[in-house]
Write a protein that binds this ligand. Structure first.
Ligand SMILES: *[C@@H]1O[C@H](CO)[C@@H](O)[C@H](O)[C@H]1NC(C)=O
Ligand SMILES: *[C@@H]1O[C@H](CO)[C@@H](O)[C@H](O)[C@H]1NC(C)=O
Length: 145
């Protein structure tokens, strides 16, 4: 058995950005003076939650150096908060698929590994910000182990 490694993916972390604040998406939100709503639980099969889970997996793939793409395999808990758009806080699993990373497949077409050597599932916590009117999203927090 391999020891369980801890993976910390912070690529795309914008809360910690120290550059020009006007280009820091999260500070704009946090300094906007708009009181954020209270986080509410939301069904784990809500289409918006599933999209946020997909964004989390894509963000993981973008930051990982694994040879294969990972895809969301289970969402165990979801919270949503209104913060100039929607901020999702998710506990989810992502699992290794059979799709090679170099071949830019759509994750929908990627099935999970069944090979015992290659099978892997990581438990993650992610925060996904979705700004519907800008058709944009960010994954400022993604922690997997
Ligand atoms: C992918 O990673 C790069 C930096 O490594 C980042 O600039 C880009 O925004 C990321 N894209 C997504 C979709 O997360
Ligand atoms: C599982 O993957 C390993 C590593 O790539 C490979 O050596 C092995 O042949 C695979 N097993 C099966 C049953 O496909």
């Amino acid at each position: 058995m391999r020891p369980a490694g801890v993976l910390l993916v912070v690529c795309g972390l914008i809360l910690a950005a120290t550059g020009d604040p006007s280009r820091d998406f999260c500070s704009q939100i946090l300094n906007s003076g708009v009181k954020p709503g209270f986080p509410k639980t939301i069904k784990t099969n809500d289409p918006d939650v599933l999209r946020a889970a997909r964004h989390s997996a894509e963000s993981f793939n973008n930051c990982s150096n694994d040879a294969f793409l990972f895809r969301e395999s289970h969402v165990s808990r979801a919270l949503v908060q209104i913060v100039k758009g929607l901020k999702f806080m998710l506990d989810l699993d992502i699992s290794r698929t059979t799709c090679k990373k170099t071949r830019h497949s759509s994750l929908d077409d990627c099935s999970f590994q069944t090979n015992r050597t290659l099978k892997q599932t990581l438990s993650c916590y992610s925060e996904v910000w979705v700004i519907p009117w800008l058709q944009s999203f960010k994954v400022p927090v993604l922690r997997c182990h």
